[in-house]
Design a protein around this ligand. Structure first.
Ligand SMILES: *[C@@H]1O[C@H](CO)[C@@H](O)[C@H](O)[C@H]1NC(C)=O
Ligand SMILES: *[C@@H]1O[C@H](CO)[C@@H](O)[C@H](O)[C@H]1NC(C)=O
Length: 434
């Protein structure tokens, strides 16, 4: 038995006690230090990783076709359709190669703003394109309204920033294809009233007033580019404050639009023709004009346009376009849900952060390196460039308020020139003749 008195006076026990005390102190000091250094190391990694940029500025994606899949797979009956779950486990969506979007994956992908696309196929042209487009605008609004804790409907650059501050996904509406307005500026104005903030001038079909990109791969096609009346469509879009989207149009239309627009334009989902010479892609002379226009090309991920199957191939387009335009004219428009195939490494909307990490690191997955993107350049790519363009378009709108709306109908001759003068839907064709 050892009593307290013996312990306090015996040098042997004192020595042991001191050693224990020192050991306790050492642990008490070292452990928090170690924990601290681990967490500050984590902070450092997080701060310098490309993905953390997406916490600072909204990632604004220019093009997502989820609304078209709501039409295709659900016939727009979405009252009991739940987007807030893993759609890969759904019996219809899970087997569709075109499905890449749901709320959990949008959150994982740190998506800050999305242009949701009201797209109707070219076979609706001269038929029910307008009402079908209106239906897609309706389903987009209902989709947004069904998830108010996650989506926020917005129609302006400021709206995007406000939603981002509230940690909501800013949701905008776009129309893909001039066939949706049926050569009627009244429809364009009504789309704007309904919240549409960009219109792609064509999809894969020509409109009577603008050529689509397939004409550039057709040796017998007669190019009309943008017609005289078509120039008024651009003017009216400028006046309204609707972004002019020149993805999908022919080379000649790109040149004409860049010559006539009073505001910066966008490519909502396009890549480089130099890297992959597909008629759908953008040639260098156009990219150079885009700098002077102060516009933006939002990079598409579709392997068919990229000309490769992996995230490396997408990064190659990003690097090439940046080498031509500099960092101020480039953004992201993934085309998710609008394509049947996505690149390895960018399979769905959850993967954007990986792309930003890669750009910050400056290394392809195949091991070769490239010049790493600065954090400022990544902020521009993510959202700052699109916000700048959007604000410039709003400014042009505010400056053009003095002008009345453009009222002239498309002349009958333009239908004749386009070879479409006998369409069954043209019940008012006599009016166009006078
Ligand atoms: C090429 O253009 C001609 C003339 O407009 C048209 O008749 C033909 O269908 C086009 N070919 C293709 C493959 O689109
Ligand atoms: C259409 O644009 C092309 C450039 O792609 C140009 O060479 C051609 O002259 C233009 N045609 C018309 C009718 O403006």
């Amino acid at each position: 038995m050892v009593n307290l008195r013996t312990v306090l006076t015996n040098p042997k026990y004192i020595a042991v006690g001191v050693i224990i005390l020192v050991a306790i102190l050492a642990v008490a000091i070292a452990v928090p230090l170690a924990v601290n250094s681990i967490s500050s190391e984590n902070d450092a990694t997080e701060e310098t990783s490309g993905r953390s940029v997406l916490d600072e500025v909204p990632l604004i994606d220019g093009h997502n076709d989820l609304p078209h899949n709501l039409y295709r797979l659900e016939h727009n009956r979405i009252n009991s359709f739940n987007l807030n779950r893993n759609l890969k486990e759904d019996s219809k969506w899970g087997v569709s190669p075109n499905s890449h979007t749901d709320i959990p994956r949008l959150q994982k992908g740190k998506v800050g703003a999305q242009f949701w696309v009201a797209y109707v196929e070219c076979n609706t042209q001269y038929r029910d394109a307008v009402e079908r487009t209106l239906e897609q605008i309706d389903v987009i609004k209902r989709m947004i309204a069904r998830h108010p804790e996650f989506f926020e409907y917005v129609t302006s650059a400021d709206g995007i920033m406000q939603a981002f501050e509230f940690k909501k996904l800013a949701s905008l509406i776009a129309v893909e294809g001039g066939h949706s307005m049926d050569s009627r500026l009244s429809m364009l104005r009504i789309y704007y009233e309904l919240g549409v903030r960009y219109m792609t001038l064509t999809h894969t079909c020509n409109t009577p007033w603008a050529d689509a990109s397939p004409v550039d791969a057709n040796s017998t096609a007669v190019l009309k580019n943008v017609t005289e009346w078509g120039k008024n469509v651009i003017w009216e879009m400028n006046r309204l404050g609707m972004l002019v989207d020149i993805s999908h149009v022919s080379h000649g239309v790109m040149i004409d639009v860049l010559e006539h627009t009073k505001a910066p334009v966008i490519f909502s989902h396009s890549v480089s023709y130099h890297v992959n010479p597909h008629h759908r892609n953008v040639q260098d002379d156009v990219l150079e004009r885009l700098i002077a226009n102060n516009g933006i090309i939002m990079v598409n991920f579709y392997p068919g346009f990229i000309g490769g199957e992996t995230i490396d191939d997408v990064v190659h387009h990003l690097n090439y376009i940046k080498s031509v335009t500099g960092p101020d004219h480039i953004g992201i428009g993934g085309d998710f849900d609008g394509v049947e195939k996505t690149p390895e490494g960018l399979e769905d909307v959850s993967k954007y952060p990986d792309l930003f990490d890669m750009l910050a690191e400056g290394a392809y997955r195949n091991g070769t390196t490239f010049e790493a993107w600065s954090r400022e350049d990544l902020r521009k790519l993510a959202g700052l460039n699109l916000l700048r363009v959007f604000r410039a378009v709003e400014k042009v709108r505010d400056a053009m308020w003095i002008y009345p709306p453009f009222e002239d109908l498309i002349p009958y001759q333009e239908f004749v020139d386009a070879g479409v003068e006998n369409q069954p839907c043209m019940s008012d064709i006599d009016i166009h003749k006078t």
